[in-house]
Ligand binder design. Sequence first.
Ligand code: DX5
Ligand code: ZN
Length: 222
Amino acid sequence: MSGNILIAPSILSADFARLGEEVRAIDEAGCDWVHVDVMDGHFVPNLTFGPCVVEAIRPHTKKVIDVHLMIDPAAPYLEAFAKAGSDIITVHAEADKHLDRSLQVIRGLGKKSGVSLNPATSESVIEHVLDKLDLILVMTVNPGFGGQKFIESQCEKIARLKSMIGDRPIDLEVDGGVNTQTAALVAKAGANVLVAGSAVFGGKGDYGANISAIRDQAVAAL
Ligand code: DX5
Ligand code: ZN
């Protein structure tokens, strides 16, 4: 997937009072996916959106809505997030006890299935579900908040996952602390989808310039 870097702005850093407008703005600014961080105040120490927010933003973009569930359990909510209009649904390997079942349920709902790994979680936990996955999301911060510092040790994990994936059609996404500096590191390690919250919504310049700057640094590192 060399040269094909996708940028997924996280609406966690958007202005929630103008969410529809913000989604249209990143769409027009050239984002590839819209990343939605769902938090439950239990799996992570913060609370954000439910399925009704996915439903509310769905009419504002035709781009891929990439839903990152930081909730435990996730299984009881998969159908609601699918019906709300998600395109990709990602669960955490550390959350539900039956990862294999959740991945099958997501695909059964007609959606792409993803699994996310916290910084302390080894890639070995997904070795036996690789054929049920469309996306692997590597957390490069401890999930819960935007604007945290990138954990560089995760680059090694990204590289190992890249070789585990081999020629399977699985996207390798990175989330947390991605900016114009760290974009190069994760792209070099093998990631092809970069989530960015504060670097898109809070950085200098307009959203289009912020998205292009991250993409350019990543592509230049390949
Ligand atoms: C963290 C979320 C991230 C976060 C990224 O729990 O999953 O998507 O919003 O934000 P930045 O890019 O600001 O680190
Ligand atoms: Zn996320």
